[in-house]
Design a protein around this ligand. Structure first.
Ligand code: NDP
Length: 503
Protein backbone atom coordinates (compact mmCIF):
# COMPACT_ATOMS: atom_id res chain seq x y z
CA UNK A 1 0.00 0.00 0.00
CA UNK A 2 2.77 2.36 1.04
CA UNK A 3 4.78 1.62 -2.10
CA UNK A 4 1.71 2.15 -4.26
CA UNK A 5 1.14 5.50 -2.59
CA UNK A 6 4.75 6.57 -3.07
CA UNK A 7 4.62 5.45 -6.72
CA UNK A 8 1.46 7.51 -7.18
CA UNK A 9 3.12 10.50 -5.54
CA UNK A 10 6.21 10.24 -7.72
CA UNK A 11 4.09 9.85 -10.84
CA UNK A 12 2.11 12.94 -9.91
CA UNK A 13 5.39 14.74 -9.55
CA UNK A 14 6.42 13.64 -13.06
CA UNK A 15 3.27 15.11 -14.51
CA UNK A 16 3.74 18.31 -12.58
CA UNK A 17 7.39 18.84 -13.21
CA UNK A 18 7.22 18.02 -16.91
CA UNK A 19 4.24 20.31 -17.27
CA UNK A 20 4.13 22.50 -20.29
CA UNK A 21 3.47 26.04 -19.14
CA UNK A 22 -0.01 27.35 -19.67
CA UNK A 23 1.39 30.28 -21.59
CA UNK A 24 3.17 28.01 -24.07
CA UNK A 25 0.05 25.90 -24.52
CA UNK A 26 -2.09 28.70 -25.91
CA UNK A 27 0.43 30.14 -28.34
CA UNK A 28 -1.17 29.79 -31.76
CA UNK A 29 0.79 28.07 -34.52
CA UNK A 30 0.38 27.36 -38.20
CA UNK A 31 -1.06 24.42 -40.12
CA UNK A 32 0.49 20.98 -39.89
CA UNK A 33 -0.03 17.87 -42.06
CA UNK A 34 -0.27 19.99 -45.22
CA UNK A 35 -3.11 22.19 -43.89
CA UNK A 36 -6.73 21.74 -45.01
CA UNK A 37 -5.72 19.96 -48.24
CA UNK A 38 -3.48 17.47 -46.42
CA UNK A 39 -6.15 16.92 -43.75
CA UNK A 40 -8.79 16.26 -46.43
CA UNK A 41 -6.56 13.81 -48.28
CA UNK A 42 -5.71 11.93 -45.07
CA UNK A 43 -9.33 11.81 -43.85
CA UNK A 44 -10.57 10.50 -47.18
CA UNK A 45 -7.73 8.12 -48.01
CA UNK A 46 -6.85 6.42 -44.71
CA UNK A 47 -10.02 4.28 -44.32
CA UNK A 48 -9.74 2.84 -47.88
CA UNK A 49 -6.05 2.16 -47.24
CA UNK A 50 -6.91 -0.04 -44.24
CA UNK A 51 -9.49 -1.94 -46.36
CA UNK A 52 -6.87 -2.30 -49.09
CA UNK A 53 -4.50 -4.12 -46.74
CA UNK A 54 -7.35 -6.25 -45.39
CA UNK A 55 -8.45 -7.42 -48.85
CA UNK A 56 -5.20 -7.53 -50.79
CA UNK A 57 -3.66 -9.90 -48.22
CA UNK A 58 -6.33 -12.55 -47.74
CA UNK A 59 -7.10 -16.18 -46.98
CA UNK A 60 -8.89 -16.76 -50.27
CA UNK A 61 -6.13 -16.69 -52.90
CA UNK A 62 -2.96 -15.18 -51.48
CA UNK A 63 -0.96 -12.28 -50.16
CA UNK A 64 -1.07 -10.28 -52.34
CA UNK A 65 -3.97 -11.57 -54.45
CA UNK A 66 -2.03 -13.32 -57.28
CA UNK A 67 -3.38 -11.22 -60.18
CA UNK A 68 -1.93 -8.10 -58.59
CA UNK A 69 1.54 -9.33 -59.59
CA UNK A 70 0.65 -8.30 -63.15
CA UNK A 71 -2.18 -5.78 -63.09
CA UNK A 72 -1.71 -5.13 -66.81
CA UNK A 73 -2.76 -8.70 -67.60
CA UNK A 74 -5.61 -8.41 -65.13
CA UNK A 75 -6.96 -5.46 -67.02
CA UNK A 76 -6.37 -6.92 -70.49
CA UNK A 77 -9.42 -7.12 -72.70
CA UNK A 78 -11.66 -10.15 -73.14
CA UNK A 79 -14.26 -10.72 -75.80
CA UNK A 80 -17.33 -10.69 -73.54
CA UNK A 81 -16.57 -7.95 -70.98
CA UNK A 82 -15.07 -4.49 -70.91
CA UNK A 83 -11.53 -4.23 -69.58
CA UNK A 84 -12.78 -2.71 -66.34
CA UNK A 85 -15.53 -5.31 -65.81
CA UNK A 86 -13.14 -8.18 -66.42
CA UNK A 87 -10.43 -6.82 -64.12
CA UNK A 88 -12.73 -5.99 -61.24
CA UNK A 89 -14.63 -9.29 -61.47
CA UNK A 90 -11.40 -11.30 -61.22
CA UNK A 91 -10.09 -9.10 -58.45
CA UNK A 92 -13.31 -9.29 -56.42
CA UNK A 93 -13.14 -13.10 -56.57
CA UNK A 94 -9.49 -13.18 -55.59
CA UNK A 95 -9.87 -10.91 -52.56
CA UNK A 96 -13.14 -12.44 -51.33
CA UNK A 97 -15.09 -9.20 -51.81
CA UNK A 98 -18.30 -9.59 -49.74
CA UNK A 99 -20.20 -6.85 -51.64
CA UNK A 100 -20.90 -3.41 -50.20
CA UNK A 101 -23.59 -4.72 -47.85
CA UNK A 102 -21.23 -7.45 -46.63
CA UNK A 103 -18.77 -4.89 -45.28
CA UNK A 104 -20.96 -4.47 -42.22
CA UNK A 105 -23.07 -6.78 -40.10
CA UNK A 106 -25.14 -6.54 -36.95
CA UNK A 107 -22.92 -9.17 -35.31
CA UNK A 108 -19.75 -7.17 -36.13
CA UNK A 109 -21.20 -3.89 -34.87
CA UNK A 110 -22.70 -5.35 -31.68
CA UNK A 111 -19.45 -7.17 -30.87
CA UNK A 112 -17.37 -4.04 -31.44
CA UNK A 113 -19.70 -1.93 -29.28
CA UNK A 114 -19.59 -4.64 -26.60
CA UNK A 115 -15.78 -4.33 -26.58
CA UNK A 116 -16.05 -0.60 -25.93
CA UNK A 117 -18.68 -1.20 -23.24
CA UNK A 118 -16.41 -3.74 -21.54
CA UNK A 119 -13.46 -1.31 -21.60
CA UNK A 120 -15.67 1.39 -20.12
CA UNK A 121 -17.10 -0.89 -17.44
CA UNK A 122 -13.63 -2.04 -16.35
CA UNK A 123 -12.44 1.58 -16.32
CA UNK A 124 -15.34 2.44 -14.01
CA UNK A 125 -15.49 -0.52 -11.64
CA UNK A 126 -11.92 -1.72 -11.18
CA UNK A 127 -9.76 -0.12 -8.49
CA UNK A 128 -7.91 2.91 -9.83
CA UNK A 129 -5.62 5.70 -8.73
CA UNK A 130 -6.06 9.31 -9.72
CA UNK A 131 -3.42 11.59 -11.23
CA UNK A 132 -3.41 15.20 -12.33
CA UNK A 133 -2.36 16.17 -15.82
CA UNK A 134 -0.31 19.17 -16.88
CA UNK A 135 -1.32 22.76 -16.11
CA UNK A 136 -4.17 23.87 -18.36
CA UNK A 137 -4.34 27.30 -19.94
CA UNK A 138 -7.79 27.81 -18.35
CA UNK A 139 -6.13 27.18 -14.99
CA UNK A 140 -5.86 24.07 -12.85
CA UNK A 141 -5.18 20.51 -13.82
CA UNK A 142 -7.45 17.79 -15.03
CA UNK A 143 -7.78 14.57 -13.01
CA UNK A 144 -7.31 11.21 -14.71
CA UNK A 145 -8.51 7.84 -13.45
CA UNK A 146 -5.78 5.27 -14.07
CA UNK A 147 -6.35 1.52 -14.14
CA UNK A 148 -5.68 0.43 -17.71
CA UNK A 149 -3.06 -2.14 -16.67
CA UNK A 150 -5.43 -3.73 -14.18
CA UNK A 151 -8.16 -3.66 -16.78
CA UNK A 152 -5.93 -5.25 -19.47
CA UNK A 153 -4.76 -7.98 -17.10
CA UNK A 154 -8.40 -8.76 -16.20
CA UNK A 155 -9.26 -9.16 -19.87
CA UNK A 156 -6.17 -11.30 -20.49
CA UNK A 157 -7.00 -13.59 -17.55
CA UNK A 158 -10.54 -14.06 -18.90
CA UNK A 159 -9.14 -14.84 -22.38
CA UNK A 160 -6.57 -17.26 -20.97
CA UNK A 161 -9.35 -19.08 -19.08
CA UNK A 162 -11.54 -19.20 -22.20
CA UNK A 163 -8.66 -20.52 -24.31
CA UNK A 164 -7.79 -23.08 -21.63
CA UNK A 165 -11.30 -24.49 -21.82
CA UNK A 166 -12.14 -24.08 -25.51
CA UNK A 167 -8.73 -23.79 -27.19
CA UNK A 168 -8.76 -21.88 -30.50
CA UNK A 169 -12.57 -22.14 -30.53
CA UNK A 170 -12.85 -19.64 -27.67
CA UNK A 171 -15.55 -17.20 -28.84
CA UNK A 172 -13.35 -14.08 -28.63
CA UNK A 173 -10.96 -15.53 -31.23
CA UNK A 174 -13.59 -17.04 -33.52
CA UNK A 175 -15.60 -13.80 -33.40
CA UNK A 176 -12.59 -11.73 -34.53
CA UNK A 177 -11.60 -14.11 -37.31
CA UNK A 178 -15.17 -14.49 -38.57
CA UNK A 179 -15.97 -10.75 -38.52
CA UNK A 180 -12.64 -9.11 -39.28
CA UNK A 181 -13.92 -6.89 -42.12
CA UNK A 182 -17.17 -6.10 -40.30
CA UNK A 183 -15.27 -5.10 -37.13
CA UNK A 184 -13.12 -2.86 -39.32
CA UNK A 185 -16.20 -1.12 -40.76
CA UNK A 186 -17.75 -0.79 -37.31
CA UNK A 187 -14.53 0.72 -35.91
CA UNK A 188 -14.34 3.21 -38.80
CA UNK A 189 -17.96 4.26 -38.21
CA UNK A 190 -17.32 4.66 -34.47
CA UNK A 191 -14.18 6.72 -35.07
CA UNK A 192 -16.00 9.04 -37.52
CA UNK A 193 -19.00 9.37 -35.20
CA UNK A 194 -16.73 10.19 -32.28
CA UNK A 195 -14.82 12.79 -34.32
CA UNK A 196 -18.07 14.50 -35.35
CA UNK A 197 -19.34 14.40 -31.75
CA UNK A 198 -16.22 16.02 -30.25
CA UNK A 199 -16.00 18.55 -33.09
CA UNK A 200 -19.60 19.73 -32.62
CA UNK A 201 -19.32 19.76 -28.81
CA UNK A 202 -16.10 21.78 -28.94
CA UNK A 203 -18.20 24.85 -29.84
CA UNK A 204 -19.58 24.78 -26.27
CA UNK A 205 -16.15 25.54 -24.81
CA UNK A 206 -16.29 28.96 -23.19
CA UNK A 207 -13.26 30.97 -22.07
CA UNK A 208 -12.47 30.67 -18.34
CA UNK A 209 -14.96 27.84 -17.84
CA UNK A 210 -15.17 25.90 -14.58
CA UNK A 211 -15.17 22.49 -16.29
CA UNK A 212 -11.49 22.91 -17.28
CA UNK A 213 -12.33 22.51 -20.96
CA UNK A 214 -10.10 24.22 -23.51
CA UNK A 215 -9.38 24.36 -27.21
CA UNK A 216 -6.12 22.93 -28.57
CA UNK A 217 -3.67 25.64 -29.62
CA UNK A 218 -3.43 24.36 -33.21
CA UNK A 219 -6.99 23.08 -33.48
CA UNK A 220 -9.23 26.10 -33.99
CA UNK A 221 -8.02 27.60 -37.23
CA UNK A 222 -11.51 28.13 -38.68
CA UNK A 223 -11.04 25.55 -41.42
CA UNK A 224 -13.72 22.91 -40.80
CA UNK A 225 -11.86 20.00 -42.41
CA UNK A 226 -8.57 20.85 -40.77
CA UNK A 227 -10.02 21.38 -37.29
CA UNK A 228 -12.12 18.21 -37.64
CA UNK A 229 -8.95 16.28 -38.50
CA UNK A 230 -6.45 17.76 -36.04
CA UNK A 231 -8.91 18.09 -33.14
CA UNK A 232 -10.55 21.27 -31.94
CA UNK A 233 -10.94 20.55 -28.23
CA UNK A 234 -7.86 19.59 -26.23
CA UNK A 235 -9.51 17.41 -23.60
CA UNK A 236 -13.10 16.54 -24.55
CA UNK A 237 -15.09 14.81 -21.84
CA UNK A 238 -18.46 13.15 -21.72
CA UNK A 239 -20.79 12.45 -18.85
CA UNK A 240 -22.19 8.93 -19.13
CA UNK A 241 -25.02 7.88 -16.79
CA UNK A 242 -23.79 5.38 -14.15
CA UNK A 243 -20.18 5.80 -15.30
CA UNK A 244 -19.56 9.47 -14.60
CA UNK A 245 -17.29 11.82 -16.50
CA UNK A 246 -14.95 10.15 -18.98
CA UNK A 247 -11.96 11.91 -20.54
CA UNK A 248 -12.39 10.73 -24.14
CA UNK A 249 -8.79 11.18 -25.33
CA UNK A 250 -6.96 9.35 -22.56
CA UNK A 251 -9.60 6.59 -22.61
CA UNK A 252 -9.22 6.01 -26.36
CA UNK A 253 -5.43 6.30 -26.25
CA UNK A 254 -4.68 3.11 -24.31
CA UNK A 255 -7.83 1.06 -23.95
CA UNK A 256 -10.00 -0.19 -26.85
CA UNK A 257 -7.43 0.21 -29.66
CA UNK A 258 -4.11 -0.65 -28.00
CA UNK A 259 -5.49 -3.72 -26.27
CA UNK A 260 -7.52 -4.43 -29.42
CA UNK A 261 -4.16 -4.80 -31.20
CA UNK A 262 -3.14 -7.58 -28.77
CA UNK A 263 -6.60 -9.20 -29.08
CA UNK A 264 -6.21 -9.33 -32.86
CA UNK A 265 -2.71 -10.82 -32.55
CA UNK A 266 -4.00 -13.51 -30.19
CA UNK A 267 -6.99 -14.27 -32.44
CA UNK A 268 -4.60 -14.72 -35.39
CA UNK A 269 -2.40 -17.01 -33.33
CA UNK A 270 -5.48 -19.09 -32.48
CA UNK A 271 -6.37 -19.19 -36.17
CA UNK A 272 -2.91 -20.48 -37.08
CA UNK A 273 -3.20 -23.17 -34.41
CA UNK A 274 -6.65 -24.21 -35.60
CA UNK A 275 -5.54 -24.41 -39.24
CA UNK A 276 -2.17 -26.11 -38.78
CA UNK A 277 -2.24 -27.71 -35.34
CA UNK A 278 0.84 -25.83 -34.14
CA UNK A 279 2.12 -22.29 -33.54
CA UNK A 280 5.23 -21.19 -35.40
CA UNK A 281 8.23 -19.51 -33.80
CA UNK A 282 7.63 -16.52 -36.12
CA UNK A 283 4.10 -16.09 -34.75
CA UNK A 284 5.36 -16.31 -31.18
CA UNK A 285 8.03 -13.70 -31.93
CA UNK A 286 5.49 -11.25 -33.35
CA UNK A 287 2.87 -11.76 -30.65
CA UNK A 288 5.33 -11.65 -27.75
CA UNK A 289 7.30 -8.61 -28.97
CA UNK A 290 4.15 -6.62 -29.79
CA UNK A 291 2.52 -7.59 -26.48
CA UNK A 292 5.62 -6.46 -24.58
CA UNK A 293 5.34 -3.10 -26.33
CA UNK A 294 1.61 -2.71 -25.61
CA UNK A 295 1.83 -3.83 -21.99
CA UNK A 296 4.82 -1.57 -21.41
CA UNK A 297 2.71 1.39 -22.62
CA UNK A 298 -0.27 0.30 -20.53
CA UNK A 299 1.82 -0.28 -17.41
CA UNK A 300 3.43 3.14 -17.84
CA UNK A 301 -0.04 4.72 -18.23
CA UNK A 302 0.85 7.90 -16.24
CA UNK A 303 3.56 8.66 -18.82
CA UNK A 304 0.85 9.50 -21.38
CA UNK A 305 0.02 12.63 -19.40
CA UNK A 306 3.16 14.33 -20.71
CA UNK A 307 2.97 13.04 -24.30
CA UNK A 308 2.26 15.39 -27.19
CA UNK A 309 -1.04 13.57 -27.74
CA UNK A 310 -2.38 14.55 -24.32
CA UNK A 311 -0.73 17.94 -23.68
CA UNK A 312 -0.79 19.50 -27.14
CA UNK A 313 -2.98 17.82 -29.77
CA UNK A 314 -6.73 18.17 -29.76
CA UNK A 315 -8.89 15.08 -30.10
CA UNK A 316 -10.11 14.92 -33.68
CA UNK A 317 -10.22 12.43 -36.53
CA UNK A 318 -6.42 12.01 -36.46
CA UNK A 319 -6.36 10.55 -32.95
CA UNK A 320 -9.79 8.96 -33.07
CA UNK A 321 -9.03 7.03 -36.28
CA UNK A 322 -5.42 6.43 -35.22
CA UNK A 323 -6.35 4.97 -31.83
CA UNK A 324 -9.42 2.98 -32.84
CA UNK A 325 -8.68 1.81 -36.39
CA UNK A 326 -5.10 2.36 -37.46
CA UNK A 327 -3.35 0.88 -34.41
CA UNK A 328 -5.34 -2.37 -34.07
CA UNK A 329 -5.70 -3.12 -37.79
CA UNK A 330 -2.41 -1.92 -39.29
CA UNK A 331 -0.13 -2.88 -36.40
CA UNK A 332 -1.43 -6.48 -36.38
CA UNK A 333 -0.90 -7.12 -40.10
CA UNK A 334 2.12 -9.38 -39.52
CA UNK A 335 0.25 -11.72 -37.17
CA UNK A 336 -2.64 -11.84 -39.64
CA UNK A 337 -0.21 -12.74 -42.42
CA UNK A 338 1.40 -15.51 -40.35
CA UNK A 339 -1.98 -16.93 -39.35
CA UNK A 340 -2.42 -18.00 -42.98
CA UNK A 341 1.20 -18.56 -44.00
CA UNK A 342 3.16 -20.20 -41.18
CA UNK A 343 6.85 -19.27 -41.32
CA UNK A 344 9.47 -21.34 -39.51
CA UNK A 345 12.42 -19.19 -38.56
CA UNK A 346 14.75 -21.62 -36.81
CA UNK A 347 16.95 -20.77 -33.81
CA UNK A 348 19.43 -18.52 -35.64
CA UNK A 349 16.78 -16.14 -37.01
CA UNK A 350 14.92 -16.19 -33.71
CA UNK A 351 18.11 -15.19 -31.91
CA UNK A 352 18.85 -12.44 -34.42
CA UNK A 353 15.36 -10.99 -34.12
CA UNK A 354 15.50 -11.22 -30.33
CA UNK A 355 18.74 -9.23 -30.39
CA UNK A 356 17.06 -6.56 -32.55
CA UNK A 357 14.02 -6.46 -30.25
CA UNK A 358 16.18 -6.38 -27.10
CA UNK A 359 18.40 -3.59 -28.45
CA UNK A 360 15.42 -1.48 -29.48
CA UNK A 361 13.61 -2.05 -26.20
CA UNK A 362 16.73 -1.26 -24.16
CA UNK A 363 17.25 2.10 -25.92
CA UNK A 364 13.53 2.94 -25.82
CA UNK A 365 12.93 2.08 -22.16
CA UNK A 366 16.21 3.33 -20.63
CA UNK A 367 16.11 6.65 -22.50
CA UNK A 368 12.45 7.31 -21.60
CA UNK A 369 13.09 6.29 -17.98
CA UNK A 370 16.23 8.44 -17.79
CA UNK A 371 14.25 11.53 -18.79
CA UNK A 372 11.32 10.68 -16.50
CA UNK A 373 13.64 10.04 -13.55
CA UNK A 374 15.59 13.24 -14.21
CA UNK A 375 12.41 15.29 -14.37
CA UNK A 376 11.00 13.59 -11.25
CA UNK A 377 14.02 13.47 -9.00
CA UNK A 378 17.21 15.06 -10.40
CA UNK A 379 19.19 14.01 -7.32
CA UNK A 380 18.53 10.31 -7.99
CA UNK A 381 22.03 8.72 -8.14
CA UNK A 382 21.19 7.18 -11.54
CA UNK A 383 20.85 10.64 -13.13
CA UNK A 384 22.53 13.03 -10.69
CA UNK A 385 25.79 12.99 -12.68
CA UNK A 386 24.15 13.98 -15.98
CA UNK A 387 24.82 17.39 -17.52
CA UNK A 388 21.94 19.70 -18.37
CA UNK A 389 20.94 23.19 -19.47
CA UNK A 390 18.91 25.27 -17.02
CA UNK A 391 16.34 27.00 -19.23
CA UNK A 392 14.75 30.41 -18.68
CA UNK A 393 11.28 28.83 -18.36
CA UNK A 394 12.50 26.70 -15.47
CA UNK A 395 12.74 23.18 -16.94
CA UNK A 396 16.08 21.46 -17.41
CA UNK A 397 17.21 19.88 -20.67
CA UNK A 398 19.58 16.93 -20.42
CA UNK A 399 22.71 17.23 -22.56
CA UNK A 400 24.49 14.02 -21.60
CA UNK A 401 23.50 10.38 -21.15
CA UNK A 402 20.96 9.14 -23.72
CA UNK A 403 19.68 12.69 -24.33
CA UNK A 404 23.21 13.84 -25.18
CA UNK A 405 23.45 11.33 -28.07
CA UNK A 406 20.40 12.57 -30.03
CA UNK A 407 17.47 14.84 -29.26
CA UNK A 408 14.96 11.97 -29.70
CA UNK A 409 17.02 8.89 -29.09
CA UNK A 410 13.87 7.24 -27.63
CA UNK A 411 12.33 7.32 -31.14
CA UNK A 412 15.31 5.38 -32.48
CA UNK A 413 14.72 2.61 -29.92
CA UNK A 414 11.04 2.55 -30.81
CA UNK A 415 11.84 2.28 -34.51
CA UNK A 416 14.42 -0.50 -34.06
CA UNK A 417 11.80 -2.44 -32.12
CA UNK A 418 9.44 -2.11 -35.06
CA UNK A 419 11.87 -4.16 -37.19
CA UNK A 420 11.32 -7.15 -34.93
CA UNK A 421 7.60 -7.07 -35.71
CA UNK A 422 8.21 -7.27 -39.47
CA UNK A 423 11.34 -9.43 -39.82
CA UNK A 424 9.60 -12.68 -38.74
CA UNK A 425 7.64 -12.62 -42.01
CA UNK A 426 10.96 -12.91 -43.95
CA UNK A 427 10.57 -12.51 -47.75
CA UNK A 428 6.81 -12.36 -47.42
CA UNK A 429 4.31 -13.59 -50.01
CA UNK A 430 2.07 -16.67 -50.43
CA UNK A 431 -0.63 -18.11 -52.62
CA UNK A 432 -3.46 -20.49 -51.84
CA UNK A 433 -4.27 -23.26 -54.30
CA UNK A 434 -7.37 -25.49 -54.00
CA UNK A 435 -6.39 -29.13 -53.31
CA UNK A 436 -8.33 -31.32 -55.70
CA UNK A 437 -7.90 -34.47 -53.63
CA UNK A 438 -9.32 -32.80 -50.53
CA UNK A 439 -12.27 -30.65 -51.62
CA UNK A 440 -12.74 -27.49 -49.59
CA UNK A 441 -9.07 -27.27 -48.58
CA UNK A 442 -6.31 -25.10 -49.99
CA UNK A 443 -2.56 -25.48 -50.03
CA UNK A 444 -0.44 -22.50 -49.05
CA UNK A 445 2.92 -22.04 -50.81
CA UNK A 446 5.31 -19.18 -51.42
CA UNK A 447 5.99 -20.39 -54.97
CA UNK A 448 6.37 -17.40 -57.29
CA UNK A 449 5.19 -15.07 -54.50
CA UNK A 450 8.31 -14.49 -52.41
CA UNK A 451 8.84 -10.83 -51.68
CA UNK A 452 5.51 -9.73 -53.16
CA UNK A 453 3.97 -9.13 -49.72
CA UNK A 454 6.92 -7.16 -48.37
CA UNK A 455 5.09 -3.83 -48.92
CA UNK A 456 2.33 -5.22 -46.67
CA UNK A 457 4.19 -6.96 -43.85
CA UNK A 458 7.01 -4.38 -43.71
CA UNK A 459 4.68 -1.41 -44.13
CA UNK A 460 4.78 -0.75 -40.38
CA UNK A 461 8.55 -0.14 -40.35
CA UNK A 462 8.35 2.40 -43.18
CA UNK A 463 5.24 4.14 -41.93
CA UNK A 464 6.61 4.30 -38.38
CA UNK A 465 9.86 5.90 -39.60
CA UNK A 466 7.78 8.59 -41.36
CA UNK A 467 5.61 9.07 -38.25
CA UNK A 468 8.60 9.44 -35.94
CA UNK A 469 10.48 11.86 -38.22
CA UNK A 470 7.32 13.95 -38.58
CA UNK A 471 6.64 13.77 -34.84
CA UNK A 472 10.20 14.82 -34.06
CA UNK A 473 9.76 17.88 -36.31
CA UNK A 474 6.53 18.81 -34.54
CA UNK A 475 8.11 18.39 -31.10
CA UNK A 476 11.14 20.39 -32.22
CA UNK A 477 8.85 23.28 -33.23
CA UNK A 478 7.02 23.05 -29.90
CA UNK A 479 10.30 23.11 -27.93
CA UNK A 480 11.69 25.98 -29.99
CA UNK A 481 8.54 28.00 -29.27
CA UNK A 482 8.82 27.15 -25.60
CA UNK A 483 12.56 27.40 -24.95
CA UNK A 484 13.79 29.89 -27.61
CA UNK A 485 17.55 30.46 -27.38
CA UNK A 486 17.93 27.67 -24.79
CA UNK A 487 16.67 25.20 -27.35
CA UNK A 488 19.16 26.57 -29.93
CA UNK A 489 21.92 25.98 -27.39
CA UNK A 490 20.65 22.41 -26.79
CA UNK A 491 20.68 21.80 -30.58
CA UNK A 492 24.24 23.14 -30.74
CA UNK A 493 25.36 20.75 -28.01
CA UNK A 494 23.31 17.79 -29.30
CA UNK A 495 23.19 18.18 -33.09
CA UNK A 496 21.60 14.82 -34.00
CA UNK A 497 17.82 14.54 -34.15
CA UNK A 498 17.12 10.77 -33.86
CA UNK A 499 20.04 8.57 -34.99
CA UNK A 500 23.46 9.70 -33.72
CA UNK A 501 25.86 10.30 -36.61
CA UNK A 502 23.17 9.73 -39.26
CA UNK A 503 20.12 11.95 -38.73
P1 NDP B 1 8.98 12.38 -25.75
O1 NDP B 1 8.76 11.43 -24.65
O2 NDP B 1 10.18 12.19 -26.60
O3 NDP B 1 9.03 13.80 -25.07
C1 NDP B 1 9.38 14.97 -25.75
C2 NDP B 1 9.43 16.07 -24.70
O4 NDP B 1 10.49 15.82 -23.77
C3 NDP B 1 9.73 17.43 -25.27
O5 NDP B 1 8.57 18.04 -25.78
C4 NDP B 1 10.26 18.15 -24.03
O6 NDP B 1 9.12 18.43 -23.21
C5 NDP B 1 11.05 17.06 -23.31
N1 NDP B 1 12.46 17.05 -23.67
C6 NDP B 1 13.01 17.16 -24.90
N2 NDP B 1 14.35 17.07 -24.83
C7 NDP B 1 14.66 16.92 -23.52
C8 NDP B 1 15.89 16.79 -22.81
N3 NDP B 1 17.07 16.81 -23.42
N4 NDP B 1 15.85 16.65 -21.47
C9 NDP B 1 14.67 16.64 -20.81
N5 NDP B 1 13.45 16.75 -21.44
C10 NDP B 1 13.46 16.90 -22.78
O7 NDP B 1 7.70 12.57 -26.67
P2 NDP B 1 6.53 11.68 -27.29
O8 NDP B 1 5.30 12.00 -26.56
O9 NDP B 1 6.54 11.94 -28.75
O10 NDP B 1 6.96 10.14 -27.11
C11 NDP B 1 6.77 9.32 -25.98
C12 NDP B 1 7.08 7.86 -26.38
O11 NDP B 1 5.98 7.32 -27.13
C13 NDP B 1 8.32 7.74 -27.27
O12 NDP B 1 9.15 6.71 -26.81
C14 NDP B 1 7.76 7.41 -28.64
O13 NDP B 1 8.66 6.59 -29.37
C15 NDP B 1 6.45 6.71 -28.31
N6 NDP B 1 5.43 6.85 -29.39
C16 NDP B 1 4.92 5.71 -29.98
C17 NDP B 1 3.96 5.80 -30.99
C18 NDP B 1 3.38 4.56 -31.64
O14 NDP B 1 2.48 4.67 -32.49
N7 NDP B 1 3.87 3.37 -31.33
C19 NDP B 1 3.47 7.11 -31.43
C20 NDP B 1 4.08 8.22 -30.75
C21 NDP B 1 5.01 8.09 -29.77
P3 NDP B 1 9.10 19.63 -22.11
O15 NDP B 1 8.20 20.66 -22.70
O16 NDP B 1 8.52 18.99 -20.88
O17 NDP B 1 10.50 20.10 -21.90
Amino acid sequence: MASKRSRTASLRKTAEQAATTAEEMVKPHGFEFGGPIGATILTVSLPPLVYLFAFVCNDVTGCPAPSLRSPIQLFSNTSTQTVWEHGTTVLKQEVGWPGWAGLISIEGMVGTLAWYALSLALWAVLPAYELEGVELSVGGRQKYRMNSFFSAVTIMIACAAGTWVLGPDFQAWTFINRNYIQILTSSIIISFALSVFVYVRSFDVKPHNKEKRELAAGGHTGSIVYDFFIGRELNPKVNIPYFGEVDIKSFMELRPGMLGWVMFDLAFMAKQYKSYGYITDSMLMVVISQSVYVFDAIYMEPAILTTIDITTDGFGFMLSFGDLVWVPFIYSLQARYLSIHPVDLGPLYVLLILVVQGTGYYIFRTSNSEKNRFRTNPSDPAVAHLKYIETDVGSRLLTSGWWGTARHINYMGDWVMSWSYCLPTLAAGYKLTPMLLYPGTRMVTSEGMKGWAIPITYFYMIYFAVLLVHRERRDEEKCRRKYGKDWDEYCRQVPWRIIPGVY
